[in-house]
Design a protein around this ligand. Structure first.
Ligand SMILES: [Zn+2]
Length: 202
């Protein structure tokens, strides 16, 4: 089945969080769904990410892992990014064990890059580096460690995605107002009507 990697799937706002968000409903394990259960989605995600993350990465390109050990590293990095930032947003801070895992995996990914690779942090005027998806997500995550950036990371109450709130007063409540915001509005409307006397009478 092909899956549409549209703008909504990149509501995370930065590559590190978009990668973590390839699992939806993370906080309700029975509903959780991994978009990379079908490994062919990795390459499609990498192509879409280069398109939707130009504001962060300029013309950089990302390549998805092909060999199983490299796929495992990417998946582990994805989980490390998720744990590190989700714990921080939940008030647990940047914990040493989570940071260690993130840095260790990042180090492994960086080590696999060619010796000529430029590991500058993401920037919107990038002329077109080609990086592995894992290295790019790691560099994207490194930028989020700055306190002013860290405090802008939030968790969507509907889909549990992590997202970077760039609004001036940090007032964004949903990963994507047009999807999760509207869904929540519809649910509130349904509950309100349900509580009205007479509802359910035929
Ligand atoms: Zn959401």
């Amino acid at each position: 089945m092909t899956f549409d990697w549209n703008a909504h799937r990149f509501s995370g706002g930065v590559l590190a969080l978009d990668l973590a968000n390839t699992v939806i409903f993370r906080e309700t394990p029975d509903r959780a769904e991994d978009r990379f259960a079908d490994l062919s989605e990795l390459q499609r995600f990498a192509v879409a990410a280069a398109h939707f993350r130009k504001g962060e990465w300029g013309e950089a390109q990302f390549h998805a892992p092909v060999r199983q050990p490299d796929i495992s590293k990417l998946m582990d990095a994805r989980e490390a990014i998720n744990t590190l930032f989700r714990t921080a947003v939940r008030g647990g801070g940047l914990k040493p064990e989570n940071m260690t895992r993130f840095l260790q995996l990042g180090s492994t990914l960086v080590c696999d890059e060619p010796g000529t690779q430029d590991l500058t942090l993401p920037n919107p005027v990038d002329a077109g580096r080609s990086l592995s998806l894992g290295t790019a997500a790691f560099l994207s995550g490194l930028r989020l460690l700055e306190p002013q950036r860290l405090e802008r990371i939030k968790i969507c109450p509907n889909c549990h995605w992590l997202y970077f709130d760039e609004s001036r007063n940090r007032s964004r409540r949903w990963c994507d107002m047009t999807v999760c915001g509207n869904r929540a509005k519809a649910q509130r409307h349904y509950r309100r009507n349900k509580d009205q006397p007479g509802h359910g009478n035929v």
